[in-house]
Ligand binder design. Structure first.
Ligand SMILES: Cc1cc2nc3c(=O)[nH]c(=O)nc-3n(C[C@H](O)[C@H](O)[C@H](O)COP(=O)(O)OP(=O)(O)OC[C@H]3O[C@@H](n4cnc5c(N)ncnc54)[C@H](O)[C@@H]3O)c2cc1C
Ligand SMILES: NC(=O)c1ccc[n+]([C@@H]2O[C@H](COP(=O)([O-])OP(=O)(O)OC[C@H]3O[C@@H](n4cnc5c(N)ncnc54)[C@H](O)[C@@H]3O)[C@@H](O)[C@H]2O)c1
Length: 458
C-alpha cells in the first residue's frame, strides 16, 4: 500500500507537532510518523519526568533542613513508588496533551511505526510506502552505550530505565559527570541512596569554567556524593545488585562498588536506522544530519530539526528549529540557527543558568574580557531563603561593551539569567542592565551591581 502527502514529519518530539500544525494550516496534507511515544524524549524520558523528580528531591532536602527555618516536619520519609506515580502522572498528562493536540490538527494524520527512507521522496512504515513532497526529520537521539569491557554482561541503566525504578538503589554509581549524571545523582542522593559519580575528565562539567565546576563539586560533596574524577579506561564487573566499576588507567587505579549503574556519557542521534543513504542525505562523522543555517539538508525538500541535526541538544533549541523552518517556508522571514544564543540550565539545586560564552571561551576568542562576580552569600534573597551556595558571573567585551555570556549558579539562577539573555538578544550595551532598576528582593536585582564591578581578566 502507498499513501501520498504534501508534507511528512518523522518524529513527534519537540519540533515535529508544532511544525505539523503550521503545515496543516497552510493547506498541506500532512503525515506525522512516530514509532514510540508522542512528545519524544523531553516529555517521556527527559526534561519533564526528571524535573518532576528533582522537585520531589528538593522537598525531601528541604524537609531535612526544616528545623533551620524554625519548622518541624519530623523524620523525612521517601516513597519511591509514590514519586514514580507522581512523575508518570505529570509526564503522561503532558503526553496525552500532545496526543490530543495532534488529533485536533486540521489536515494532519498521525501514523504509528518506524519510518525509513526508500528514496529521497519515499519512506517505508511497516508495509506502507509514504510519499512526501516535503520531508521533515525530527528523530531526536538516545543514550550512548559505551563499549566498556563488561557492558554486555553487567546490567546498567540509562535515563530511560532509571525512570522505571520503584525502589531506591542502595548505591547508585553514575558514569558521566555532566547534565544527566549530576541531575540524577543529586536527586537519588536526596532520596536516600548512596551515590558515586565517575567522570573521565579531571573535573565535573568539563565544558564549563573551572570555577563553576569547583562550586558544583562543593555543592555535591556537601550532600555526601562520592566523586571519582580522571577515571579513564572504565570496566564493569559483577551482576545485578553487586557491581564494580574500575578505571584502570586512573592514577591510582580507581574502583567503586555499587548496586546499580547509570550510564550518562552523552547522546547519539537516531539516524542509524533511517535509511539516509537511500535518500542521499549527508551526515557528519558522529551521525548528525548536516544542515544549513535554516535546517535544510543537502537534499532539496528534506529538512532536519532538533537534536538529530547536531545544532542544539535541548528542547528549546528543537522548538526554535521549528520556528526557523516555519518562518522561512511559510512566513517569508529569514530566521537562522546562527541568530540563536546558547542558553541552558543544569537543574541541580541550586540550579546553574548559563548563556553565551564562558570566560575561557571569551578569552580564547580574543575578546577584551571583563568579568563581574558575586557570591550568592552576598545576595539578600539567597540569604533570606537560606540557600546561599554558588555565585553569579557575567562576562563582557570591554571594546563593544556588550554582554558575552553569564553563569548564575544559585537559587533562581535558571530564571534570573533570562534578564541578561534578553539584553544579549537586543545587542544592547551592558549599561542597559546597570541603569535598570530591578525588583527587591530578587536574585536579579544584584545583576546591575555585578556589572558595576567589572574587572579585567588576564
Ligand atoms: C534525562 C534528560 C533530561 C533532559 N532535560 C532537559 C531539560 O531540562 N531541558 C532541555 O531543554 N532539554 C533537556 N533534555 C534534552 C531534550 O529532552 C532533548 O534535547 C529534546 O527532547 C530533543 O527534542 P527532539 O524533538 O529533537 O527529539 P525527541 O524529543 O527525542 O523526539 C524524537 C522523536 O522521534 C521519534 N523517532 C525517532 N526515529 C524515528 C523513526 N525512524 N520513525 C518514527 N519516529 C521516530 C522518537 O520516538 C521520538 O519520539 C533532556 C534529555 C534527557 C535525556
Ligand atoms: N538540564 C538540561 O537541559 C539537560 C538535562 C539532562 C540532559 N540534557 C541533554 O542531554 C544531553 C546528554 O547529557 P549527558 O550528561 O549524558 O551528556 P554530556 O555529553 O553532557 O556529558 C557526558 C559526560 O560524560 C563524560 N564521559 C564521556 N565518556 C566517558 C567515559 N567513558 N567515562 C566516564 N565519563 C565519560 C564526559 O566527560 C561528560 O562529562 C546533553 O547534551 C543535554 O543536551 C539536558
Amino acid at each position: 500500500m502507498s499513501q501520498r502527502f504534501d508534507a511528512v514529519v518523522v518524529g513527534a518530539g519537540q519540533a515535529g507537532p508544532a511544525l505539523a500544525e503550521r503545515l496543516g494550516k497552510s493547506g498541506r496534507k500532512v503525515a506525522v510518523i512516530e514509532r514510540k511515544l508522542v512528545g519524544g524524549t523531553c516529555v517521556n524520558t527527559g526534561c519533564i519526568p526528571t524535573k518532576a523528580m528533582v522537585a520531589s528531591a528538593y522537598v525531601a532536602q528541604l524537609g531535612r533542613r526544616s528545623e533551620s527555618y524554625g519548622v518541624s516536619t519530623g523524620e523525612v520519609g521517601v516513597d519511591m513508588e509514590a514519586i514514580w506515580k507522581r512523575t508518570q502522572g505529570i509526564s503522561g498528562h503532558s503526553r496525552s496533551n500532545v496526543e490530543k493536540w495532534l488529533a485536533g490538527m486540521p489536515n494532519v494524520s498521525l501514523l504509528r511505526g518506524h519510518a525509513a527512507f526508500e528514496s529521497s521522496r519515499t519512506l517505508r512504515v511497516g508495509d506502507t510506502l509514504i510519499e512526501g513532497g516535503e520531508i521533515f526529520l525530527n528523530v531526536g537521539g538516545r543514550a550512548v552505550i559505551p563499549d566498556f569491557p563488561g557492558i554486555d554482561s553487567v546490567p546498567y541503566l540509562t535515563n530511560t530505565g532509571i525512570l522505571e525504578l520503584r525502589e531506591l538503589p542502595r548505591h547508585l554509581v553514575i558514569v558521566g559527570g555532566s547534565y544527566i549524571g549530576l541531575e540524577f545523582g543529586q536527586m537519588f542522593r536526596r532520596f536516600g541512596a548512596e551515590v558515586s559519580i565517575v567522570e573521565r575528565s579531571d573535573r565535573l562539567l568539563p565544558k564549563e569554567d573551572p570555577d563553576v565546576s569547583a562550586a558544583v563539586v562543593d555543592i555535591l560533596q556537601r550532600e555526601g556524593i562520592g566523586l571519582h574524577l580522571a577515571a579513564e579506561c572504565i570496566e564493569l564487573h559483577g551482576k545485578a545488585g553487586d557491581i564494580s566499576i574500575t578505571a584502570k588507567c586512573a592514577s591510582p587505579r580507581m574502583e567503586v562498588h555499587g548496586t546499580h549503574v547509570l550510564l550518562a556519557v552523552g547522546r547519539r542521534p537516531n539516524t542509524d536506522a533511517l535509511g539516509l543513504d537511500k535518500a542521499g542525505v549527508a551526515i557528519n562523522e558522529h551521525g548528525y544530519i548536516t544542515v544549513d543555517d535554516q535546517c535544510r539538508t543537502n537534499v532539496e525538500g528534506i529538512w532536519a530539526l532538533g537534536e538529530c541535526n547536531g545544532r542544539g541538544a535541548f528542547t528549546h533549541t528543537a522548538y526554535n528549529d521549528y520556528e526557523i523552518v516555519a518562518a522561512n517556508l511559510l512566513d517569508g522571514e529569514p530566521r537562522r540557527i546562527s541568530d540563536r544564543i546558547l542558553a541552558y540550565a543544569l537543574f541541580i539545586d541550586p540550579p546553574l543558568g548559563r548563556i553565551g560564552l564562558t570566560e575561557r571561551e571569551a578569552l580564547n576568542q580574543g575578546h577584551d574580557v571583563r568579568v563581574g562576580v558575586r557570591p550568592m552569600s552576598r545576595v539578600g534573597r539567597a540569604i533570606e531563603r537560606g540557600e546561599t551556595q554558588g555565585f553569579m558571573k557575567v562576562v563582557v567585551d570591554g571594546r563593544s561593551e556588550q554582554l558575552l555570556g553569564a553563569a548564575i549558579l544559585g537559587v533562581n539562577g535558571d530564571e534570573a539569567i533570562h534578564s541578561l539573555l534578553d539584553v544579549m538578544y537586543a545587542k544592547a550595551r551592558y549599561q542597559t542592565v546597570t541603569h535598570a532598576v530591578h525588583i527587591h528582593p530578587t536574585v536579579a536585582e544584584l545583576l546591575p551591581t555585578v556589572l558595576q564591578g567589572l574587572g579585567t581578566v588576564k
